[in-house]
Design a protein around this ligand. Structure first.
Ligand SMILES: [Zn+2]
Length: 569
């Protein structure tokens, strides 16, 4: 089901560059028409490879030349070698496969980097998969932490709400410390009694907007915290925790560049201060990942303030793209907003906004001329987003808005049709099919799983698709899991939800390059290896068009190149 022409490619390599299959010959012709004939030596040449260009014809080539951070020439090794001079860096690929740098449509670089702070103990998969794992980790950390100081985990554990400890159980392993732990999705967390006291959360505390404190039968807080505003209330009491810094960005950037993500759309920039953080690094030339930012807004009040103060900017490293709203929570929290609220994945759900408030907010954001992205997992949350976009477009028609749904896990067939008609983009995490497919099924039904992330249906309908790993909310964020999810739909368990929804590598790669570039209005500068585009590439351990499904778990980016520069690891 994956690449068909491995044999011809291997034969071509074995016979040397002069032996080209007809497909290669075509590719050469297609590319040379656009190649720049400008004088001057290349800064970098990649020779003797299998270059998957992801251009409109899906051409292959052998070699690429880069000048001034841009692709100058794509073609045969002989033709590209002629562009090299005495100062050109030459990389002999030795037959290795190169693709455009992956564009990630949903990656929280800042929050991902934060997870590696030494001040946080590690809960991430496979560390905390059961209640006992979680309690054991808290107890162990408390043991080495001075009494009275915070015991705080990173984001986070892989448990759904029914699997969580009780407040008494958590208190029992941490009598002398305030504790805060967070689920990997970021949609809920848990604090012990000391932490609740420090944050001032009591039986009389009102739920923050769009958020909820979990409560026992008597209305006493039970330690659970649903959605960001409730979680942030605890986080604010932890010294230094909520203050994100440049080190967090650099750590997140370093790790995700090594995975092969050369561009990332950070779709939750919580504060203007975080926009400023990215800008400061961009100004000093320290960004290596190209970033596209969406400012997250929790309320109409926040929205009005942001509209007073925001600034548009764009350059090849950093773009302010627009706005992000969350319409529901997540399935492990039970806060995915569905029409059927009896399911384990939806039985704690509540609408974050009334439809008329949402419509008013979306219209204001739409009128900025920028993009709006909606976090919407459940079918009802997706429909509420579509209602708001439809109403905004009726009031203020606009072409090419590319408003987007993030996640879109259980769209109804009617919602997909509306998305297509409205010209919206769907940004999804195929990793989740590989990693959470079986767990999601346990939270709902086989009947509902027939609507689970129907990627092939979306693609065949012509809906623009983008792939984003969603680290740190995803546990396994490397591209091999995106390809596994999209192509096999099988994860750790033998469960395959919707085998008819599988995509080919060709489709998956195109979505993860051109598709995700389109989601950020960047398809003319990124997403394919063509002259004039930015010189961002990944050199892979395997031939993407020849890799066998059983080899996918070994696939990795061996070299990442951004702006024509090899990224040091
Ligand atoms: Zn996310």
């Amino acid at each position: 089901m994956v690449g068909m022409n491995r044999r011809s490619f291997t034969a071509a390599l074995a016979g040397g560059a002069a032996v080209l299959s007809p497909r290669w010959a075509q590719a050469r012709t297609a590319c040379s028409a656009l190649n720049s004939q400008a004088a001057g030596d290349a800064d970098l040449v990649l020779l003797n490879g299998k270059i998957i260009t992801v251009d409109a014809r899906d051409s292959l080539a052998e070699a690429v030349a880069v000048r001034d951070g841009k692709i100058a020439f794509v073609g045969t090794t002989n033709a590209v070698r002629a562009q090299a001079g005495p100062n050109t860096k030459v990389i002999d690929l030795g037959g290795k496969c190169v693709t455009p740098g992956l564009v990630d449509s949903h990656l929280h670089v800042l929050y991902y980097g934060q997870q590696f702070r030494a001040s946080l103990f590690d809960l991430r998969f496979p560390k905390a998969r059961t209640k006992d794992d979680l309690l054991g980790l808290v107890a162990a950390r408390a043991k080495v932490t001075p009494k009275g100081e915070w015991v705080v985990g990173n984001q986070g554990f892989s448990l759904s709400v029914p699997m969580m400890p009780t407040l008494a159980e958590l208190d029992a392993v941490s009598p002398d410390h305030p504790v805060y732990v967070k689920d990997r999705s970021g949609q809920f967390g848990m604090a012990n009694s000391r932490a609740l006291r420090l944050a001032g959360v009591t039986s009389t505390s009102r739920d923050p907007l769009n958020a909820k404190f979990g409560r026992d039968a008597n209305g006493e807080p039970n330690g659970l915290l649903f959605h960001y505003p409730a979680e942030q209330l605890i986080a604010r009491s932890i010294p230094g925790y909520g203050t994100l810094n440049e080190q967090d960005v650099l750590e997140g950037q370093r790790r995700t560049l090594a995975f092969g993500y050369t561009s990332a759309q950070d779709v939750i920039v919580m504060q203007q201060a975080h926009v400023d953080l990215y800008r400061a690094l961009a100004r000093r030339g320290e960004l290596r990942t190209r970033l596209y930012l969406l400012r997250y807004l929790n309320s109409e009040q926040q929205l009005d303030a942001a509209l007073q103060a925001f600034e548009r900017f764009t350059d090849p490293w950093l773009t302010f793209g627009g706005w992000k709203l969350a319409i529901d929570g997540g399935f492990s929290a039970g806060t995915g907003l569905m029409y059927d609220n009896s399911l384990a994945l939806s039985n704690r759900a509540y609408p974050f906004f009334e439809q008329d408030v949402l419509n008013r907010m979306v219209l204001k954001l739409h009128k900025t001329g920028l993009q709006i992205a909606f976090h919407a997992c459940g079918d009802r949350a997706i429909d509420m987003s579509l209602n708001a976009v439809e109403s905004a477009l009726n009031a203020s028609p606009r072409d090419n808005h590319r408003h987007r749904i993030e996640h879109a896990i259980f769209p109804t067939p009617a919602a997909l049709e509306r998305i297509r008609k409205l010209g919206m983009v769907i940004s999804v995490q195929p990793q989740w099919i590989a990693f959470f497919g079986a767990a999601t099924r346990q939270l709902c039904s086989d009947a509902l799983m027939r609507r689970y992330l129907p990627l092939r249906t979306m693609m065949n309908m012509g809906i623009p698709l983008a792939f984003g790993c969603d680290l740190p909310a995803t546990i396994l964020g490397e591209p091999r899991y995106a390809f596994q999810g999209a192509m096999l739909r099988r994860g750790r368990e033998d469960y395959v939800p919707g085998p008819e929804q599988r995509l080919s590598m060709r489709d998956a790669l195109r979505i993860h390059t051109m598709g995700s570039a389109y989601a950020a209005f960047e398809e003319t500068t990124k997403g394919s290896i063509e002259p004039g585009k930015l010189a961002d590439f990944v050199v892979w351990s395997h031939d993407l068009y020849g890799i066998a499904p059983r080899e996918l778990p070994q696939l990795e980016a061996s070299t990442t190149i951004v702006n024509g520069r090899v990224i040091e690891r």
